[in-house]
Write a protein that binds this ligand. Structure first.
Ligand code: HEC
Length: 140
């Protein structure tokens, strides 16, 4: 092989290496491919963060929220109606308003809650549209 060709081959391999790195880093975070991530990004992440870690003493983190465990049945009403007044969680006390989301349909809530549960819940609860509709009945 002539020295020219060696350089050419080396250059090509280098480019191939760079482009595969570009492809690897473009593969989205696995959580981003779950349906519901779009709803979360549009409606929730501004306050609770894309990683769900919340923001300082203003917005609570979502991981280990009781609303993904023993208070799961209250989650559809919480999202629909927002929160007013103070809220004490394991991470501290919060006292800002969380807006209501009256436009989210039971189907939206079902997709969103499945996403929340998958990322931050410990137990897998029924988030079917039918169940969400039932849980929305007693909302104030
Ligand atoms: C404008 C900011 C804001 C947005 C947007 C928002 N939240 Fe909140 N959220 C809050 C605040 C503030 C609290 C705490 C309430 C308080 O201080 O009384 C809270 C509390 C919560 C809690 C209870 C946390 C715990 O540890 O018990 C959950 C669950 C929750 N939000 C889910 C959501 C979901 C799901 C969305 C999107 C549909 C959302 N939030 C959108 C501000 C926001």
């Amino acid at each position: 092989m002539s020295p020219d060709r060696k350089y050419l081959l080396g250059g090509l391999l280098f480019l191939l290496g760079i482009s595969s790195l570009v492809i690897i880093f473009q593969i989205p975070d696995r959580a981003e491919t779950i349906p519901g991530s779009k709803l979360y990004r549009e409606h929730c992440s501004a306050c609770h963060g894309q990683d769900g870690k919340g923001f300082r003493a203003l917005y609570p983190p979502l991981a280990d929220s009781p609303y993904f465990a023993e208070k799961q049945a209250m989650l559809p009403c919480l999202i629909r109606g927002g929160i007013r007044g103070s809220l004490v969680t394991a991470d501290g006390s919060y006292n800002l308003r969380m807006p209501a989301f009256p436009d989210l349909t039971p189907a939206d809530l079902s997709t969103l809650i499945l996403y929340l549960q998958t990322r931050w819940g410990k137990t897998n609860r029924d988030s079917s549209v039918k169940n969400i509709e039932q849980l929305l009945l007693p909302c104030p």
